[in-house]
Structures are given as structure tokens and as C-alpha cells.
Design a protein around this ligand. Structure first.
Ligand code: URA
Length: 463
């Protein structure tokens, strides 16, 4: 048994050096014990000689693996070092494994990395400094309790953002200090070590109260993005209930309903988002269109379908997938045994783009600029609904979800990973099936589409 001792919980370099040596020696994952500092070692393990460095170029790992490892190492899962080494060992035989997001090991590491990225974002968004007097000069001190080992990895962000201030960030595991020139590190702290309420908060609260507009607040984003856990450290959150209560009747109704959640997701948050989207002017498509066609379905749907854009009938009805493509979609869903009423159905672009020919409005394909302008809404919907599986119907949806051109033929039929870490699948758009002139080919393609839907329906059971 080999024992690898890492210096810290987030010791990526230590893990990488050890893993390289072990791989060079072909040490099986089961023969390695990973520990941090002087954590107790398995009694049957023997401390190994340091592993020799591998022959240069002996085994080159894909960049995607290193990116995954860099994030996952920061996770709080005690098995992460071993899991990453297991993946590394398998990569030798399966060089594309890291792209297979349906593989249970890859999936588990993806999830750790996703949680880490989220935690990094939370720290950036919700950490609040309090001003204290320190040797006659102001110092800004913040208390934060991360879920993962992200503090060192996040330090550069705070140095850049608050370069001219002297500040300290205290966390249970480690504290970091910036004196305007250099970053230093100290032991972990407790909340009692951090100051509570001071004039900085008053300034911040006054600012927040004067800018708060409950009719415009993005409750969806707020509830989603600001978990209660962080509220106690954020001065402005103490004001929110009072400010909301003082608002007009409409807002009072909103507050009451804000507490109604479906499967942990807020219905009011989704309604607020839909209402906001109804006034969208992010691109010129809103001008000739009748209305915004927002997504619809349960806010706790495990499955999200993303189409291209509303068609003529959807533009009039104000609902997605109700015209011919929608009927084709419904039929295929029923045949695949997937319940549409449990899915959230939306579009990459929320306004109908068309060319007027006489009395007819002919569908026109949305351009990259329109897709990008509308991506804001899809991202909000994804954050709110948090589907387990997202399905892109056609190339426009895939372009929107992945932020780049995806080839359906190449990507179809396998689980992919979205930039936010979620699982996605790509298939054709139902209107492609409607356009096929050859009945035999149409029948064949329709059967493939049904099969794709059956597969994604089946994925839900396994997640
Ligand atoms: N096509 C789409 O992509 N979406 C709709 O809502 C209707 C047709």
C-alpha cells in the first residue's frame, strides 16, 4: 500500500506530482492511500518512498482532465484524490473517458467540480467586509464559511477587486490577509473573531434601501443566488423583509407567494422572471413579434427541452410548441413514454423571427447575435428550474446552451456536459422531421427522434 501525504486540502500540485509518479510506476488505484497533513493513516498502509518522476512525455493527459482535477481537488469530498487518481489510471486505456459524462466516475467528479465552482461564485457574491480600526488605519474584515476548500483559489479575485484596501478574510479553515502589497495566510478562525455591525454596514444599508425597488427586484435570481445560509453575514438582507412589507399590494402578494415553493423551487421567482421577459428589448426581434413566448412547465421539472424560437402559432398563442412542430413533439413524446406535463419546455430565442410575404409570416432563422442576446433568459430558467437533464432540440438550441456551434450528427446520442455542469443531450428539431420530403426517410428519422426521447426519459430514472 502506498501512502501519499498532501500538504493541504487544496494541494493540487502535490496531488499531480504524486499521481504522475504513481502512474509511471503503474500503481493501481486500490494500492494508494491519500491523506492530508497528519490525518490518521490506515494501519495496514506503509509509507512509501516518494514516487519517481515519470519519463517525460510518457503519458499526456487531456486538458479537460486537468481542468476537472483543478476544480475537484477543492471539493470537500474526502474521496476526491482517490477518485481523480482512478480516473487518471483509466484514461490510459480510455483516452476519451473524461468526455463521457454518463460514466459514473466522471459524473461524480463533474458534480464535485460543479459544487466547487458554485461555492467560488457564492464567496465572490456574498462575502461582506466590515471596517475595523487596525493600528490607526482602516482594515476590512469579512467572515465566510465555504462548503469547499476554495479560499486560496479565490484569493486572487479579492486581491484584484480590493487591491487598494487592507483586508482579511476569516474562514474556519484558513484566514487570508492583504496589506495592499502582499497576501499572507493564517490559521482558521471562528465567527466570534470577526467584527459585527459597524459604520460600513450603515453606509451599505442606506445605499441598498435607496436603490431597492421591490417591483423590479429579480426575486428569482435573488432567492436562487442568495441561499439563506449567507444572509446572516450580509447587512442588506436584514432590510429585505421590511422593504418588501412596505411596498404596494402587488408586491405584498408577491412576498406571500414567494414562500410557496414547488420541489424547492420558487414559483414566484419563475413568475417574476416571465413577467420581466415579457418586456424584453434585448434584441430588435421584439418589435415585429406579437409577444415574448416564455418557457412553460413545472418549476421543479427534472427535464427541460429547448427549441429554437416560437413559430407563427406560438407567437399568437404566447405558448411554446403549440403549432405543427409542437404536435409532432407531443406525438413523439407520447410514443417514447415521456410525460410532457412533467417537462419544462422553452426556446433559445423568445420572439418569433419572420419575413413577411404578403399575408404570410415565414419563419426566419435566428442569428448568433439574437441567440446570444436571448441566452440571458435561458440561463435564468436553467438556474431556477435546475433540470436534471436538458435536451437541445436542434442546432440553435445547442448553440444557445453550449455557447458554441455544435454538430448534431457528432454529438447526438450521448450525455454531454453543459457549461454549468448539468447533463445535456442534443437531438434534431421536430420541424426538421416535418420538412423531410421522402416518407421513408421521414419515418426513419422520426423513429430515431422517438428513440432519443426514450433515452433521455430513461436517464431520469438513473439520476
Ligand atoms: N419551434 C420551436 O423551436 N419552438 C416552438 O415553440 C415552436 C416551433
Amino acid at each position: 500500500m502506498r501512502v501519499v501525504t498532501l500538504s493541504e486540502q487544496d494541494d493540487f500540485d502535490g496531488w499531480r506530482d504524486a499521481a504522475r509518479g504513481l502512474i509511471a510506476e503503474d500503481v493501481p488505484p486500490d494500492d494508494v492511500v491519500w491523506q492530508v497533513g497528519d490525518e490518521p493513516v490506515d494501519l495496514f498502509a506503509t509509507v512509501a518512498e516518494p514516487a519517481p518522476a515519470p519519463a517525460p512525455g510518457a503519458f499526456s493527459v487531456p486538458r479537460a482532465f486537468l481542468d476537472l482535477a483543478r476544480s475537484a481537488i477543492l471539493g470537500s469530498d474526502p474521496e476526491r484524490f482517490a477518485l481523480l487518481y482512478t480516473l487518471l489510471a483509466r484514461l490510459r486505456r480510455e483516452p476519451k473517458l473524461v468526455e463521457d459524462h454518463a460514466d459514473p466516475l466522471v459524473r461524480r467528479l463533474d458534480r464535485i467540480a460543479k459544487d466547487v465552482r458554485r461555492d467560488i461564485h457564492k464567496m465572490r457574491a456574498f462575502l461582506r467586509f466590515r471596517e475595523v480600526e487596525d493600528e490607526g488605519a482602516p482594515r476590512f474584515v469579512a467572515w465566510f464559511e465555504p462548503d469547499h476548500h476554495i479560499v486560496r483559489a479565490n484569493a486572487a479575485f479579492f486581491v484584484n477587486r480590493f487591491a487598494s484596501m487592507r483586508w482579511s478574510i476569516l474562514t474556519p479553515e484558513v484566514s487570508i490577509h492583504w496589506d495592499g502589497k502582499a497576501l499572507s495566510e493564517g490559521p482558521g478562525a471562528s465567527k466570534a473573531d470577526a467584527p459585527d455591525g459597524d459604520p460600513t454596514e450603515e453606509v451599505w444599508k442606506t445605499y441598498y434601501a435607496s436603490t431597492f425597488n421591490p417591483a423590479r427586484v429579480k426575486i428569482g435570481a435573488m432567492l436562487k443566488e442568495m441561499p439563506k445560509k449567507y444572509w446572516k453575514n450580509m447587512p442588506e438582507t436584514a432590510l429585505v423583509p421590511g422593504l418588501l412589507a412596505a411596498a404596494q399590494a402587488r408586491e405584498s402578494g408577491m412576498i406571500a407567494r414567494a414562500r410557496d415553493t414547488v420541489g424547492g423551487n420558487s414559483l414566484i421567482a419563475w413568475e417574476a422572471l416571465r413577467d420581466e421577459a415579457s418586456g424584453c428589448t434585448r434584441c430588435p426581434l421584439y418589435k415585429p413579434a406579437t409577444q415574448t413566448v416564455f418557457g412553460e412547465g413545472p418549476v421543479d421539472a427534472p427535464l427541460m427541452f429547448v427549441g429554437e424560437q416560437p413559430g407563427d402559432q406560438e407567437d399568437i398563442a404566447g405558448r411554446p410548441f403549440v403549432g405543427p412542430a409542437g404536435q409532432m413533439f407531443d406525438k413523439a413524446m407520447a410514443e417514447a413514454g415521456v410525460d410532457r406535463s412533467r417537462a419544462y419546455v422553452t426556446n433559445a430565442v423568445k420572439h418569433f423571427k419572420f419575413e413577411q410575404r404578403g399575408k404570410r409570416r415565414i419563419h426566419a432563422k435566428p442569428g448568433a447575435g439574437e441567440i446570444d442576446a436571448c441566452r440571458w433568459w435561458i440561463e435564468q430558467e436553467q438556474m431556477l428550474i435546475k433540470p436534471k437533464v436538458t435536451v437541445a432540440l436542434g442546432a440553435t438550441a445547442a448553440r444557445s446552451l453550449f455557447g458554441k456551434v455544435m454538430t448534431i450528427g457528432r454529438e447526438r446520442g450521448r450525455a454531454l456536459q453543459l457549461p454549468d455542469g448539468g447533463e445535456a443531450w442534443i437531438t434534431v428539431h421536430p420541424s426538421y422531421l416535418l420538412r423531410l420530403p421522402d416518407p421513408a426517410q421521414a419515418a426513419e428519422e422520426y423513429a430515431r427522434f422517438v428513440e432519443d426521447l426514450r433515452v433521455v426519459g430513461g436517464r431520469l430514472a438513473g439520476l
